[in-house]
Every structure is written in C-alpha cells, then in structure tokens.
Design a protein around this ligand. Structure first.
Ligand code: ADP
Length: 160
C-alpha cells in the first residue's frame, strides 16, 4: 500500500493508538494520522491539544504525518488521494461499530477501502474514555499513555 490514513479523535492518544500507528507505518509508504472533529462528541482536549500531542508522538516515524481534519473523513482523504482508511479493532463490539462506519464511508465514496487492524492483546483494553475517567480520579495511567499525555491529563484534572 502506498498511502493510508488512520483517523480518530485521539482524546487523548494512547499506547493502543500508537501500536496501530507503528504497525500500520510498516505496511504503508506514507501514513497520515488524522485528528478528526466529530461534532457529536464532547472532547476533553481541544483540537490544538490533541493535534500537538499526536504530532509530538509520531515524530519517531519518518513516514508518519499528523494532520487535522474538521470535515468528512472521506472527503478529506479523497482530496488528498489517500485510498485507504485504517481502523483499530479491539473487540466484536468495536467491530460492529467499525463495520457499519466503513459501510457508511463506502456509501459516500465507493473508492475508499477500510482496513481493520486487530488490537494487540497488550493494549486491547485501552480506551481513551476509561483512561480519562481513571485520570480524573487520580489513578495511575502511566502504563496506558506516554508520559507527555499522562502529564497533560494531570494538568487537565488539577486545573482550577
Ligand atoms: P473515534 O472517535 O474515531 O473512534 P478514537 O480515537 O477513539 O476515535 O479511535 C481511533 C481508532 O483507534 C479507532 O479505530 C479505534 O477502534 C482505534 N483504537 C482505539 N483504542 C485502541 C486500542 N487500544 N488498540 C487498537 N485500536 C484502538
């Protein structure tokens, strides 16, 4: 594969996301990690904060680039000639959701192909929402997110 996009909220980015990014970067020549905006979702971190953490953490991979998207993902990838969307799947519940989403995207653009990557067992329980809940209660999230993200969570939840 030539070019692919890995879209997500990354609110915040976790070791699970980074594992998918690492593995996908081996399969494709160029990987775009797309920090997306879903108007239905309420984010803890602003677009700028999510983008800045992702940008910093993908630096080790020379063929990975962080990009921001506040439009429809299918439109975004079409404009940039990116034919493949990568999504991570942790469970059958994830799969049901991801499968439907891929059908919607296929309906919007018949050319776009979604590739599902199975979560690594080491990370399959990691979920941004549970990590936020844990961090909000002062729990230790250091095995779930990189230090930069753990620090950002700490600041968020101790801010007056
Ligand atoms: P979205 O709001 O688009 O679902 P997320 O940031 O929650 O954005 O997730 C982006 C992608 O990463 C999704 O395909 C999701 O299934 C996948 N993902 C999230 N956590 C993990 C994990 N621990 N292991 C593998 N894939 C994951």
């Amino acid at each position: 594969m030539d070019r692919a996009a890995f879209p997500g909220s990354f609110d915040p980015i976790t070791y699970g996301h980074l594992d998918i990014i690492r593995r996908a970067s081996i399969l494709v020549e160029k990987l775009f990690v797309v920090v997306a905006v879903n108007r239905e979702k309420k984010y803890l971190f602003s677009s700028e904060e999510r983008m800045s953490m992702v940008r910093e953490l993908v630096k080790p991979w020379k063929n990975v680039e962080a990009v921001f998207c506040d439009t429809l993902i299918v439109e975004f990838v079409k404009e940039r000639n990116i034919p493949v969307l990568i999504r991570g799947v942790r469970s059958v519940i994830d799969f049901a959701y991801e499968y439907e989403l891929s059908m919607i995207n296929r309906g919007l653009d018949t050319q776009v192909e979604t590739v599902f990557m199975a979560a690594d067992p080491a990370y399959f329980v990691l979920r941004s929402s549970s990590i936020k809940e844990l961090a909000s209660l002062g729990g230790d999230v250091s095995s779930m997110v990189p230090p930069l993200v753990a620090e950002a969570l700490k600041v968020k939840y101790t801010e007056p």
